[in-house]
Design a protein around this ligand. Structure first.
Ligand SMILES: Nc1ncnc2c1ncn2[C@@H]1O[C@H](COP(=O)(O)OP(=O)(O)OP(=O)(O)O)[C@@H](O)[C@H]1O
Length: 621
């Protein structure tokens, strides 16, 4: 059994068992032992005294711990915080149990079928794609009238050409239902529709690999997990099927006096800026077929957003950050009961501890997973979230781009099928091991060097871990004459937006950011990313550097690595090697053991660096 599956079980099924167990232990702890008739008065007195002392000690300990936690919180690194209020996806218990049993049975069967490929993506190389897929014409379970029909143009492509494309683009598709849909190699391979007749892809030459491989499944109404490198067009990968799905189905009617907004699609993003960006992309597409999209995010007046919802007749699509969406849900301004299409963008971030409860609540407000289509996209897919993700989906098709399935392979070079973390291979990565005290000075040298001569207007993104650090670094650079702005959680939303706009427009060429800017932001022409302080996780490193080298372009990332970051040396070495990047000797000295993220149920475990991994470039047309 994979760790992912184990995880799924511990998150779902064991919940009731755990509660029952806890109740039992609580019973024992609270049992009034002094009711024992054999106890003498003397003994009882002694016991009372001891209990009092224990209680006092316990209280002191707790106060101390609280104080410590409070202090630690004040110095916490900057990550977008979720304001959670837990509630699980609501399903009757018996139904849930029955479904789970069925799923377990099916999982076992699928596992047997896929035993060669383990629980992860299987390269489709040897499996012929079908020219008449089983899903042709089948109705979507979310009620969408759209039906995916493989086009004659795609039928006409030879099987060799399809296989060549899958191999060259390192596309792996794992479909538990065994449907083998061909990737759409060209936009002209997509079925004709009103949306496509408006020419939404005029500025692109061909679908990116993640779009090519995931569209046929998503357009067929299937749940999809899409994993592809940063900057590879994942937004359009989920936007097109979403808009097609909505455009083909009538909007359900609600009573005239009902002022609640009933969107039919919801996209959840971890940060405000990413939500705004995704909203802008989806809105452009949706407007081509008369659909509307509204963005809901924190830090901006709710009244304005409420007014937008009303003006757009409730809006067909809502792109939101979890906190603000939850607010609107609890106020009754928004209901997700009509949602046919739910997307978790940056899915691993949305499913990790900070947002997990919010996501359970949001998806719990949508129709059950059997009646909606759920899509998850990301560039990084750590084992810890995989089980949880599948619990929100029905037989998801997993589409993975990149040679990620070889790590941990046997002596014949056969992979164990595990999807590995991978950085965009068009980014030149450099790591400098430095003295922590010299970081700011080194940053200044790097900036001056990178913006020499004709490169003086090149955009550079500088990442810090802490908000206070970002403020300090910004001031340090400002004092030395660098045109700089910053984006972090201590700024008001209008300040954050202004900084980002100035950076995008090129009026500020250096942007100092915390990890609120690490994921998803598509800023044109960022030439260089500098990590002043290493992020909390290696996944965040991959996302941070992924702000450069987007849409087929090249980019550069420089990381200042200090002894304080040595816990990350092993995973960083892995990432560098997989992308054929130089590994400095000084980095190796910190060790090459990879400490996997600790998990509540399984604890931390270790894995050696895979020195055999080689990266390959994915080409854009
Ligand atoms: N078919 C295409 N051909 C060329 N460029 C494309 C294509 N599809 C999307 N793009 C462009 O590629 C850029 C990156 O796309 P997008 O922001 O969706 O990447 P992403 O995979 O979501 O990245 P991240 O993992 O960082 O969130 C965008 O500017 C987008 O307009």
């Amino acid at each position: 059994m994979s760790v992912g599956k184990k995880h799924a079980r511990s998150e779902g099924e064991d919940q009731s068992v755990r509660t029952a167990k806890k109740a039992k232990t609580d019973d024992i702890a609270d049992a009034p032992t002094d009711s024992d008739p054999s106890m003498t008065a003397e003994k009882k007195k002694k016991k009372d005294k001891k209990d009092k002392k224990d209680k006092k000690e316990k209280k002191e300990k707790k106060d101390k711990k609280d104080k410590k936690e409070k202090k630690a919180k004040a110095e916490e690194p900057e990550v977008e915080q979720a304001e959670s209020s837990p509630e699980v996806e609501s399903e009757p218990k018996a139904e849930k149990k029955e479904k789970k049993e069925k799923k377990d049975k099916k999982d076992k069967k699928d596992k047997k079928k896929n035993s060669k490929s383990s629980d992860e993506s299987t390269p489709t190389e040897s499996a012929p794609t079908e020219s008449a897929p089983a899903t042709n014409g089948a109705p979507h379970r979310n009620g969408a009238a759209y039906s995916y029909q493989q086009t004659k143009a795609l039928d006409a492509v030879s099987e060799d050409e399809v296989q060549e494309f899958l191999k060259k683009q390192e596309i792996a598709i794992n479909d538990p239902s065994g449907t083998k849909l061909r990737p759409v190699l060209q936009f002209s391979h997509l079925p004709a529709s009103t949306l496509l007749s408006k020419g939404p892809f005029a500025s692109f030459t061909a679908p990116t690999p993640i779009q090519a491989a995931s569209w046929p499944f998503a357009l067929s109404g299937r749940d999809v997990i899409g994993i592809a490198e940063t900057g590879s067009g994942k937004t359009m990968a989920f936007s097109l099927p979403c808009v097609e799905s909505l455009a083909s189905s009538p909007k359900p009617k609600h009573s005239k006096g009902d002022r609640t907004a009933y969107p039919r699609a919801v996209v959840v993003s971890p940060t405000r800026e990413l939500a705004m960006q995704t909203h802008s992309a989806m809105s452009s597409l949706a407007s081509l077929v008369g659909l509307s999209a509204v963005c809901l995010y924190g830090g901006a007046p709710k009244d304005d957003q409420r007014a937008l919802l009303r003006r757009n007749n409730g809006a067909d699509i809502i792109v939101a950050t979890p906190g603000r969406l939850k607010d609107f849900l609890s106020e009754g301004c928004v209901s997700l009961s009509d949602v046919m299409f739910a997307v978790l963008d940056e899915a691993d971030r949305m499913l990790d501890k900070g947002f997990e409860e919010d996501i359970k609540l949001i998806l719990g407000d949508c129709p059950p997973r059997e009646k909606r289509q759920t899509l998850m996209f990301t560039a990084t897919w750590p084992t810890s979230v995989r089980g949880l993700a599948e619990g929100f989906m029905v037989d998801p098709v997993k589409v993975t781009i990149g040679n990620r399935t070889r790590a941990g392979g046997d002596e014949n070079g056969e992979g164990n099928g595990t999807v590995e973390l991978q950085a965009n291979s068009r980014i030149e990565q450099k790591v400098e091991v430095v003295d922590p005290r010299g970081k700011e000075q080194r940053l200044l040298e790097l900036l001056r060097d990178a913006q020499k001569g004709s490169a003086k207007n090149d955009r550079i993104l500088v990442f810090c871990l802490y908000k206070k650090e970002a403020v300090r670094v910004e001031q340090f650079l400002e004092r030395r004459g660098i045109r700089v702005a910053s984006i972090h959680g201590d700024l008001r939303q209008d300040q954050r937006t202004r900084s980002l706009e100035a950076f995008k427009a090129g009026t500020t060429t250096v942007l100092v950011a915390t990890d609120v800017a690490a994921r998803g932001l598509d800023i044109p022409e960022v030439k260089l990313v500098i990590n002043v302080t290493f992020p909390l996780t290696i996944e965040d490193y991959v996302h941070r550097i992924g702000r450069t080298g987007r849409a087929g372009k090249t980019g550069k990332a420089i990381t200042l690595f200090t002894e304080h970051d040595k816990a990350h040396s092993g995973s960083l070495v892995n990432i560098l090697r997989a992308a054929n990047q130089p590994v400095p000797e000084e980095l190796l000295k910190f060790g090459t053991t990879v400490k996997k993220k600790a998990h509540d149920s399984y604890g931390a475990f270790f894995k050696d660096v895979d020195l055999s991994k080689k990266g390959t470039k994915i080409t854009f047309d």
